[in-house]
Design a protein around this ligand. Structure first.
Ligand code: NAP
Length: 250
């Protein structure tokens, strides 16, 4: 348990899955959490807020599409106007559109890169301004084990996550002088809506590849994010923390 009291925290893609649990976890640690997602998820965001509030946490929401620069800049402006600061950014929003490389459509490549990689760039760029003024910030990118090892059928997704790890290192180098850290968390296979529709035999095969013998949970990811957001992680930057049950030991 880390003390995140007074830390204004923006989590993208917070309407379900890993983002929802990260938002809930950081609110439990005292952060003022702003949950962001696209307008179509407003009902889910309201459900997430109600649950955080019932547990005694502080949260509100903002609607934004991370792949759109105007939308992202308006989102960050709203956060700073509402709360007077932005301390922690969690770039969690992400999608998959899987297909073998030779069949992958150009629009499927663009859609995944635009949300997973360009989205993180736009959010980082917008959040860096208030963080630089504050001389304090934490940027945490949700990458993936497949960005480190490749995966058949996911050329677009893997490229976006490998790119995100590079973006993390560059952000870390550029912003270190302003006391801003940038790190990534690379989940293995995590039980969320993104993975629930996988066939049972595929899930069983995943479990065989994982030394700890099970898929991870969103809470496993949230714990790593909470650590990276904390004061205790102030000397860690440019890192990618694997949370993958031992599936890949880089
Ligand atoms: P998820 O359940 O599909 O949640 C993704 C969230 O991002 C949803 O709230 C989604 O809204 C939102 N989103 C989609 N497009 C957006 C946009 N343009 N702007 C803002 N928000 C948008 O996925 P998850 O499994 O929790 O994954 C969360 C992150 O972890 C992703 O970056 C994913 O790549 C990464 N990850 C997941 C796993 C896994 O096994 N689950 C493994 C490694 C890494 P909608 O529901 O409306 O689309």
């Amino acid at each position: 348990m880390f003390d995140l009291s007074g830390k204004v925290t923006l989590v993208t893609g917070a309407s379900q899955g890993i983002g929802e649990v990260i938002a809930t976890c950081l609110a439990q640690m005292g952060a003022q959490v702003v949950c962001a997602s696209i307008p179509a998820t407003e009902g889910d965001l309201q459900r997430v807020l109600a649950a955080i509030g019932e547990a005694g946490g502080k949260a509100d929401y903002v609607l934004a599409d991370v792949s759109n620069g105007d939308s992202v800049r308006a989102m960050v402006t709203t956060v700073v106007e509402r709360h007077g600061a932005l301390h922690v950014l969690v770039n969690n929003a992400g999608i998959t559109k899987d297909r073998l490389l030779i069949q992958l459509k150009e629009e499927e490549w663009d859609a995944v890169l635009n949300i997973n990689l360009k989205g993180a760039f736009l959010c980082t760029q917008a959040a860096a301004r208030p963080m630089m003024k504050q001389r304090w910030g934490r940027i945490i990118n949700i990458a993936s084990v497949v960005g480190q090892m490749g995966n058949a059928g996911q050329a677009n997704y893997v490229s976006s996550k490998a790119g995100l790890i590079g973006l993390t290192k560059t952000t870390a180098r550029e912003l270190a002088g302003r006391n801003i850290t940038a790190n990534a968390v690379a989940p293995g296979y995590i039980a969320t809506p993104m993975t629930e529709n996988l066939p049972e035999e595929v899930k069983a095969e995943f479990n065989r590849q994982i030394p700890l013998g099970r898929m991870g949970t969103p809470a496993d990811i949230a714990a790593a994010v909470a650590f990276l957001a904390s004061e205790e992680a102030s000397y860690i930057t440019g890192c990618t923390i694997p949370v993958n049950g031992g599936m890949l030991m880089p």
